[in-house]
Write a protein that binds this ligand. Structure first.
Ligand code: S3P
Length: 163
């Protein structure tokens, strides 16, 4: 079984995914990191050079590669990965449990303000537009989720990982 973490930027997918992988003794793959390793430069630079559409295509390729690995694993997606039909189709065809990190906007926005990773959609949008993107994606995350991981559950996972 593969456990796929979905949710908006700053929801905690990488941190929680890493903790879950350790707790269950499963390899952990972070899609953004996989992409950076593959292209050899940052996601932000890829957006500048090739645009968002090309990034979404690349995400689908990487998602397919990870979903077809012959091992159980924890995979954290990028916030926009599951917004494309191609990605949703791949997930529907795969044996996965989809965990949605349901983090409120104020929390993730504050995290992003203090995060070193450059996110083009965060940097190039006003707060209102960024909130609109968040609102727009919620129904997709909700529809795809097998499990909603709220903040209390996230805190418990982190607590266990520190023991
Ligand atoms: C994106 C989320 C980012 C990264 C890229 C685009 C998005 O990943 O893939 O900047 O469209 O939501 P994180 O969700 O890990 O920040």
């Amino acid at each position: 079984m593969k456990y796929v973490l979905i949710g908006f930027m700053g929801a905690g997918k990488t941190t929680i995914g890493n903790a879950l992988g350790k707790e269950y003794g499963l390899p952990f793959y972070d899609m953004d990191q996989e992409i950076v390793a593959q292209i050899g430069y940052s996601v932000s630079e890829f957006f500048d050079r090739e645009g968002e559409q090309a990034f979404r295509k690349l995400e689908v390729e990487v998602l397919e590669r990870l979903l077809t690995l012959d091992e159980d694993a924890v995979i954290s997606t990028g916030g926009g990965t599951v917004t494309t039909e191609a990605a949703q189709k791949l997930l529907a065809q795969s044996e996965v449990k989809i965990l949605w990190l349901n983090t409120d906007f104020a929390t993730l926005y504050d995290r992003l303000l203090h995060d070193d990773v450059e996110r083009p959609l965060f940097i190039n949008n006003t707060k209102a537009d960024f909130k609109a993107l968040f609102d727009c994606r919620l129904s997709t995350y909700e529809r795809l989720a097998d499990l909603k991981v709220n903040r209390a559950m996230q805190a418990k996972i982190m607590e266990r990982s520190l023991k």
